[in-house]
Design a protein around this ligand. Structure first.
Ligand code: ADP
Length: 191
């Protein structure tokens, strides 16, 4: 199996690139952000709980996120591999992912981190907010909070996998095609 973590700050292009990588490598794309938006759209209890955090640009508690991720993986066991997008976002989530994959004698193949500077991120997310319909994309102070949460809680996940020799930085500035090529080059070295 190929189990990739597509990593990077909000607005770094993970969703765009994951869609392309999924097609090329025949993987299942699991985006926790998309899963939460689906639950919120259907106004489920899980969606209602997630909404209160997402609206403020905070992380949904690990117990909720890890449970949702586990359900999604367990519902799709017969795939060539997974692209995790927006997960893990804390070290506790990374440990839970390792346990989950370990249960089936699998492991994370690589973590690819899209590197984009803060000002570019704010610009991109505000632009995306014009069409995304996401309340968390339309308020600069919420966006800046998301970046802060990324730096304090999520960035350590890079180091966690770096210690295992699995983390790689990918320049996230350029055309969609250029960045896709950089990601493919990195993946092809791992498989
Ligand atoms: P972004 O474009 O900011 O990367 P996502 O679509 O991945 O956004 O996620 C949107 C929001 O959903 C996040 O700001 C966070 O509140 C919540 N969320 C998504 N994934 C996780 C996670 N792994 N752990 C906790 N909260 C999450």
């Amino acid at each position: 199996m190929i189990n990739l973590i597509l990593f990077g700050p909000p607005g770094s292009g993970k969703g765009t690139q994951a869609a392309r990588l999924t097609e090329k490598y025949d993987l299942l794309h699991i985006s926790t952000g998309d899963l939460f938006r689906y639950e919120m759209g259907n106004n489920t209890p899980l969606g209602q709980e997630a909404k209160s955090y997402i609206e403020k640009g905070e992380l949904v508690p690990d117990s909720v996120t890890i449970g949702m991720l586990r359900n999604k993986v367990e519902a799709n066991p017969d795939v060539a591999g997974y692209i995790f997008d927006g997960f893990p976002r804390t070290v506790a989530q990374a440990e839970a992912l390792d346990v989950l994959l370990g249960e089936r004698k699998e492991e994370v193949t690589a973590l690819l981190s899209l590197e984009v500077d803060d000002e570019e991120i704010v610009k991109r997310i505000l632009e995306r907010g014009k069409t995304s319909g996401r309340p968390d994309d339309n308020d600069e102070s919420i966006i800046r909070n998301r970046i802060e949460v990324y730096n304090s809680e999520t960035a350590p996940v890079f180091d966690y996998y770096d210690k295992k020799g699995k983390s790689q930085k990918i320049d996230g500035i350029g055309s969609i095609e250029e960045i896709f090529d950089r990601l493919c080059t990195a993946i092809d070295k791992e498989i």
